[in-house]
Design a protein around this ligand. Structure first.
Ligand code: FRU
Length: 326
């Protein structure tokens, strides 16, 4: 195996402005703590594809040994990612894809399957009969395209469920608060809202509540994050009937990147699985994620302890050295 080199990983993140992305970054940092010889730099494009293209070009100029990228929109980010790949820089695509097969590995969910699973769950929830409104993620981002495609495909098996209306969201809350009221006034027959993420699902709930519809219209989201405003809490509080787990995959991304850099065997497609979280399993999920968070804290404390011991040891050695030499 090649000796550990001071590898440079560049991470081009489409946005770092929400809890899901912060969980992704936390997972990356945790895994990176095992590789002190690696330099890791993130550039946050704040939902702007032009900025993200520039960030990746900067990384290429500055010099990196591996690129991790979550593409804000698939089309505009593709050429510069292909350029990196063609220059021999390994590329790990994380969560949001480009349109090109030119990448070294993918880490993330299967979003078409997320859409299909949502369709199956919803039709059984509505006993195969009802009117559904879909709130899409940002146009041109691969999870929005694939979740929508999977949802439409999935519903095709249930002719009693109608996709009555849709709202073009952008993954964020305000877009839903703005657009949803008018659509719901035009379609009072809607029984259920499927939102492409939990943040937009929460926005939908707030609109429904304002219109006095919160008791009647059910809401299903995607992500299922632990923590205060996370999807698990929203299911437990019955704001949403269910959410589909979609893991941020930060740890897995770094693990895959390191395998590539250390020339170890790796998979090209690393698919993180999804599942429905609803009232039947939300308490289990909550307990499990809490336990994970506790263990995470323990690991951090152990690392701090180790660090402190290393400092003591180093200074003791210095003292010893001075004593012996003097
Ligand atoms: C976070 C997010 C998630 C969503 C994912 C799709 O930035 O909007 O809510 O599942 O990105 O890429």
């Amino acid at each position: 195996a090649p000796a550990p080199r001071p590898y440079r990983i560049g991470f081009s993140q489409c946005t770092n402005g929400d809890a899901w992305r912060l969980a992704m970054l936390a997972g990356m940092k945790k895994e990176l703590s095992f590789y002190p010889q690696v330099t890791f730099r993130m550039k946050d494009a704040r939902d702007n594809s032009a900025v993200q293209r520039e960030h990746i070009a900067e990384f290429l100029r500055e010099g990196i040994d591996l690129l991790i990228v979550s593409a804000n929109e698939a089309e505009p980010i593709t050429p510069v990612v292909e350029e990196a790949y063609n220059r021999g820089i390994p590329v790990v695509i994380l969560d949001r894809r480009t349109t090109s097969p030119l990448y070294t590995a993918y880490v993330g969910g299967n979003n078409q399957e997320v859409g299909q699973t949502a369709a199956r769950y919803i039709s059984s929830l509505l006993r195969q009969r009802g009117e559904v409104l879909e709130i899409l993620g940002a146009a041109g981002s691969s999870p929005a395209v694939d979740r929508h495609r999977g949802f439409v495909e999935g519903l095709a098996a249930y002719p009693g469920i109608r996709r009555t209306a849709q709202v073009l969201g952008d993954w964020k809350h305000p877009s839903v608060l703005r657009a949803l009221p008018a659509v719901l006034r035009d379609h009072p027959e809607v029984d259920l809202i499927f939102a492409h993420n939990d943040r937009m699902a929460l926005g939908a709930y707030q609109v429904c509540k304002q219109l006095g519809l919160a008791g009647r219209i059910r809401i299903v989201g995607v992500d299922g994050l632990p923590g205060p405003q996370g999807g698990i809490q929203l299911v437990q509080d019955r704001v949403m009937t269910a959410t589909l787990l979609y893991s941020p995959g930060g740890e897995e991304a770094i693990r895959t990147a390191m395998k590539i850099l250390l020339r170890q065997p790796f998979e090209k497609e690393n698919i993180l699985s999804t599942m429905v979280i609803d009232s039947t399993n939300v308490l289990t999920m909550r307990m499990q994620t809490q336990k994970l968070a506790d263990q995470q804290q323990d690991i951090q404390r152990q690392q701090q302890l180790l660090q402190a011991q290393l400092v003591t040891y180093t200074s003791q050695r210095t003292v010893l050295y001075i004593l012996v030499v003097a």
